[in-house]
Ligand binder design. Sequence first.
Ligand code: 5GP
Ligand code: MG
Ligand code: MG
Length: 175
Amino acid sequence: MLTIKDKTFVPFITSESIQARIQELAEQINQEYAGKQPLLVVILNGAFLFAADLAKHLTVPCEITFLRVSSYKGTESTGQLKEILGLTESIIDRDLIVIEDIVDTGKTLHDICNQLQAQKPASLTIATLLYKPEALQKPLDLHYVGFEIENRFVLGYGLDYDGLGRNTPDILVLE
Ligand code: 5GP
Ligand code: MG
Ligand code: MG
């Protein structure tokens, strides 16, 4: 159990289960990217631990880069657009694997993937540790999913509550 500010979080996914599942995902990626040199595009901050643990099990030669997104109000009333910060290298003709902590509404990844696709990579797949199918609002092709979870707020293993809690090896859920 972990209390942060006014919220209490209880155990949800153990470190052992997370690590075992990541190993499976890595094996799948190793098979599907055999002969290629993928570029891992890690979305900060939440995916930092997932990306690190996944990368350790990859046997295909890969590059790793990191990006952040900043949300800003669009000029249209259609909601928020996400601006990509930090991606300096060319992704033209690269095989991208976008690494995310969690897909909730899917809006973040939808925006990011559209912007990355506009730069004409050879291919783009998504690896997300967690996925909340009930919350999804945008069509997304999720190639690698660690765990499908119910629509509840989770924390730990990279995911934060108000900036805190990213450092736990387990994933916890709001009580
Ligand atoms: P989406 O654009 O898919 O709605 O949201 C994606 C982002 O919202 C994630 O990258 C993550 O930062 C945050 N998020 C969504 N669900 C949760 C959750 O259950 N816990 C935490 N800590 N962050 C979440
Ligand atoms: Mg994220
Ligand atoms: Mg957050």
